[in-house]
Design a protein around this ligand. Sequence first.
Ligand code: COI
Length: 353
Amino acid sequence: MQIEFIKTNDLKQKPETVSGFGKIFTDYMYVREYADGSWHDGKIVPFDALELLPCSSVLHYGQAVFEGLKAYKNNNGEVRLFRARDNFKRMATSCDRLCIPPIDSDEAYNALYELINIERDWIPTERGTSLYVRPFVFACDESLGVHAAKNYKFIIILSPSGAYYSHGFAPVSLKVEREYVRASKGGTGAYKVVGNYAASIKAGDAANKLGYDQVLWLDAIERKYVEEVGSMNIFFVLDGKVVTPELNGSILPGITRDSVIKLLKSKGYDVQERRVAIDEVLDGAANGKLTEIFGTGTAAVISPVDMLGDGDKKYVIGERGKAGKISAMLFDTLTDIQTGAAKDGFGWVTEVK
Ligand code: COI
């Protein structure tokens, strides 16, 4: 696979410090096109606007998927990617769900590796910051028929980022969502499909207006079991056990979720992947058996939850404004592995040299 590199002399000023999520972008992006029945060689080109006709199919029917992963740099200048191949494997499942022609995950990984190497000076080193990587694929047929397109673009953009939530790594609050649902089995909830996120905005917006950061989604059929948060998977420390909803066909199989389960098991924690009834969670919050809640995600990393709201009721989890013991340990352990400060016993990181 050839990757042409089209250079520019018009380089941007790099920020001295990085905070916030997904607001600034590096000088280059990777672009690969699908046309005439195959994926063509990709190019690394200056980050710039795309040319799309108003009849481009993605604008009408949303045939598009994305991924989120991170590159880290430590103070020695070493650059590492975390589980990037796993993200490209998941991207392949998302593409398949939307009838998008598969992209070889090794080719996608190699393209990212080259792009990261070119852009390594953009990677921040401060703890809690990283270079957020956003690969995405979308349909660009110039016609209005509803069917699998014949033309696509696969693009990777890079954004030096800090914490996903606007208040940094401080705990977040969640509203139990009783009105809207995110996904049901047979739908697209288990894939990283753009429409999932569009469909979640109204509930998120209503929760924000009530002072919550995000919503906690329940299953679409019984409205009884916890699913996920949308920007992250969810874990509960209940009666000393770490419990998370099992992957049931409508929950995103998070890569951070998987890493956390493996890390906790390796440290001897009792981790249970099973159906988690919202009543069990709320009862635990009321009787003190629920001692911690945290979300996991690439952007969210490990995000402690210190408040759950359900209608008029509000439940404080642990100590308001403070990360729980397990959340704090996971954030540190994961960050140390990702930056190379701790040994990676799982084969998750690859150094970009
Ligand atoms: C990620 O964690 O990378 C995601 O894609 C979630 C997104 C809502 C920021």
